[in-house]
Design a protein. Structure first.
Length: 261
């Protein structure tokens, strides 16, 4: 069994790079959480040392300049102007370039904070990478995780399956989408359909289904993403999470299938 991060060996706060593509609300919440720890305890087990973006139109530069931390940009769309986005070799090349951009900043962990790209081995092989996913990844069907997918797809699936609550999940990122070891599962957001609308009605109205799913996912951030992503990094940085050779996760030496708040 090995700690995901060993604070005794490193002897300093775990240095985190936030990867983001849009507004950066998750990034802001991580920075806010770090500042709250500093104010309350005069120390912090992790620090957001860098913001990386693949989108020059994101809020990454503004946030970095506002709080005075390093900023790195690599334009994904420009890189793929003459390439096939579905070809994994240029995808890996893009991540390899990103790795070399990050290398000089002494980063230990990547936090995916609304990052719009699937991360590949050049990064995953060099950094512990943690994502917050807008679905309960502990739910499985026929041996496969049920609420996987990008954007608001997990919320759509949960609503159509008649779930009562939505949950967010933090997990270690692997090359298989949403398949990595689970760390923390959030409290639940109660699913509430519009007046007079049934699940069957949503199945027959994809536009309304999209709107309902997006609205629920937006509200889930407050009790889900914004709570468990900072907490996950906090506990990782304190050396509380470990994994064995089979990628089973342990919290304080107790094996878990995801710590549920």
């Amino acid at each position: 069994m090995k700690l995901l991060f060993d604070p005794e060996i490193n002897g300093k706060p775990m240095r985190v790079a936030c990867f983001m593509s849009g507004t950066g609300t998750n990034t802001r919440k991580l920075i806010e959480y770090q500042k709250n720890l500093e104010n309350a305890y005069q120390n912090h087990p992790f620090e957001v040392a860098l913001i990386f973006t693949d989108n020059p139109n994101s809020n990454a530069r503004a946030i970095a300049e506002e709080v005075g931390i390093q900023y790195v940009e690599s334009d994904f769309e420009k890189f793929f102007e003459d390439k096939d986005k579905n070809d994994w070799e240029p995808r890996k090349m893009f991540d390899r370039m990103t790795y070399w951009l990050l290398k000089k900043y002494d980063i230990q962990t990547i936090a995916l904070c609304g990052y719009a790209r699937i991360v590949t081995e050049p990064l995953l092989g060099n950094y512990l990478t943690i994502n917050v996913h807008p679905g309960d990844l502990s739910v499985a069907e026929h041996g496969k995780r049920k609420y996987v997918g990008l954007h608001h797809m997990p919320a759509k699936k949960a609503i159509l399956n008649g779930e009562q609550f939505l949950h967010s999940t933090t997990h270690i990122v692997t090359e298989d989408l949403d398949a990595g070891p689970i760390l923390i599962i959030s409290k639940g957001l109660k699913i509430e359909l519009p007046d007079g609308i049934t699940i069957d009605g949503l199945r027959n109205n994809n536009e309304l289904l999209d709107d309902v799913a997006k609205e629920h996912q937006s509200r889930l951030k407050e009790i889900g993403d914004w709570q468990i992503l900072p907490l996950t990094l906090h506990w990782v940085a304190e050396g509380r999470f470990a994994a064995d050779e089979n990628n089973n996760i342990y919290l304080d030496d107790n094996r878990i299938g995801g710590y549920r708040l």
